[in-house]
Design a protein around this ligand. Structure first.
Ligand code: MLT
Length: 281
């Protein structure tokens, strides 16, 4: 259904703390927080607590364990797992068995979890998106409102190449659905995406963070993060909860894949739809 939309974009979390008015916020951290969050729910995870720092994450895990829960403690500082964490921040470290043991997770990362909490402070609904699920996230965001704010996590409060590219893909998708009034920052991201060529992974690999992750042994995470629209999961901050918690919007999660299943691709119909949409422009 065509509509009239607004798109605004903030290039990096914590960028001076100002977030413009919007009906809904989409937070992007392609490498790797929102990609990990999406994978968590794809595999059947039910709850994920984003936390600002490793110490706060450890405290929350202790509290949850005291209540009989067995959360997985995950995340990174400078790309590697902090002391005492169960795992780092690689989506490829998640699998069916890990989820089956935990279902609930506590996550702290350098930029992505902080950006989610920053977006939450606006009081608007917040969705976690990445290249893998951005169309599904936009579908849901547009059921919430027509004024979409996009918060790129960035890297240490500075813009990141890959998050800006993904934001551009979201905005391009919006333009296929109706008229979009864009902020200058949104238009910059759209222009970057539309001039990035057809090989998203090669383009993303140019980024500072992708090169750093490759240096420390996480090159495969970049390939995984660039599997465009391979997921229909929509992680969203739950409202009216005692703590900030992510859940998958009901009906958005694909049946999770059992370990060893051939890795997902979007449904053939979805792929054809995405292809025809792209061709139409
Ligand atoms: C971030 O918060 O920017 C990422 O999670 C960093 C990473 O996973 O390397």
């Amino acid at each position: 259904m065509a509509g009239n939309f607004e798109a605004d974009l903030v290039f990096a979390g914590g960028e001076g703390g100002y977030l413009p008015s919007a009906d809904v916020w989409i937070v992007i951290d392609v490498l790797r927080a929102t990609t990990v969050m999406t994978r968590w729910f794809e595999l059947g995870g039910t709850e994920l607590y984003p936390v600002k720092s490793p110490d706060l994450a450890r405290e929350l895990v202790k509290e949850l364990r005291g209540r009989g829960s067995s959360p997985l403690l995950m995340g990174e500082v400078n790309g590697i797992p902090p002391e005492g964490f169960d795992m780092g921040n690689s989506p490829l470290d998640l699998n069916y068995d890990v989820i089956r043991e935990h279902y609930c997770g506590v996550m702290s990362t350098t930029n992505g979890t902080g950006a989610l909490l920053e977006a939450e402070s606006t009081g608007c609904p917040v969705i976690a998106a990445c290249f893998r699920n951005y169309s599904a996230c936009l579908d849901h965001a547009l059921t919430v409102g027509t004024r979409v704010g996009i918060l790129c996590s960035g890297r240490k409060h500075r813009p990141s190449w890959e998050d800006t590219l993904c934001a551009g893909a979201v905005i391009e998708d919006m333009t296929r659905r109706g008229e979009v009034m864009m902020s200058d920052s949104a238009r910059m991201a759209l222009t970057l995406w539309q001039n990035s060529g057809n090989d998203t992974e090669s383009c993303v690999r140019l980024s500072n963070h992708a090169q750093y992750l490759t240096q420390i042994g996480y090159s495969d995470d970049i390939s995984f993060a660039c599997e465009i629209d391979s997921s229909t999961v929509v992680p969203m901050l739950a409202e009216n909860e005692e703590r900030t918690i992510l859940r998958a919007v009901s009906g958005s999660a694909r049946p999770y894949q059992r370990e060893g299943a051939t890795v997902k691709k979007a449904d053939p119909f979805e792929e054809l739809l995405a292809y025809t949409r792209k061709k139409a422009n």
